[in-house]
Design a protein around this ligand. Structure first.
Ligand SMILES: Nc1ncnc2c1ncn2[C@@H]1O[C@H](COP(=O)(O)OP(=O)(O)OP(=O)(O)O)[C@@H](O)[C@H]1O
Ligand SMILES: [Mg+2]
Length: 170
């Protein structure tokens, strides 16, 4: 079924949301619209590849419980797409299009036992560098079944001079 969705994005958001890069990143200041772009990108990937679950990762459970659940649900409501949150499983079922799986990065060793096609990491800058690398590797390992080559969009704020963190792929 074809669906018309109204999406309003700033130019940097649009670059990120539709980036064909394997590991796109959105680096911007407070309130620049990073999370909004990440949620939009993940939901568009979800709708485009219904057989691929997507993962949304944030540093803490509070960020997921207080912010992410609401943002994903709000966007789906705007788009008129039915959805159902399962708080105990920490997943959001998108009608006819699989699930968004929410997981925290404060304990990367718990990022096991599920498969996703695409993933996004929010608030990446709040992790220490070693923890961030570990978390990123765990997230990548979950993307075994990707139809889209598992781009991992990440959203983080620039930190003084060192604004962009090097990744394993450079
Ligand atoms: N394209 C847009 N059109 C209208 N409102 C937007 C748009 N993008 C973001 N917003 C709104 O701007 C506010 C800030 O957006 P968002 O939370 O995504 O920024 P952020 O960069 O993730 O912020 P933070 O640095 O706090 O993580 C939110 O209220 C969001 O709903
Ligand atoms: Mg944010």
């Amino acid at each position: 079924m074809r669906r018309q969705i109204d999406i309003r994005l700033t130019v940097p958001q649009e670059d990120f949301v539709f980036s064909p890069a394997k590991f796109p990143a959105f680096v911007g200041g407070f309130g620049a619209g990073k999370s909004e772009a990440l949620v939009t990108r993940l939901l568009l990937l979800k709708l485009r590849y219904p057989g691929n679950d997507v993962g949304y990762f944030a540093p803490t459970y509070d960020l997921i419980r207080l912010i992410a659940w609401h943002r994903f649900a709000e966007k789906l409501e705007q788009w008129g797409i039915p959805h159902k949150l399962n708080k105990s499983e920490n997943t959001l079922a998108v009608h006819g299009a699989g699930r968004v799986i929410f997981r925290t990065l404060d304990n990367p060793d718990r990022i096991v036992g599920f498969e996703i096609g695409d993933a996004g990491i929010d608030e990446f800058d709040t992790l220490a560098e070693k923890q961030a690398d570990n978390a990123r590797n765990k997230v990548l390992a979950r993307c075994a079944r990707s139809l889209t080559d598992c781009p991992i969009p990440a959203a983080w704020r620039p930190r003084r001079k060192a604004s962009v963190r090097r990744t394993a792929s450079g």
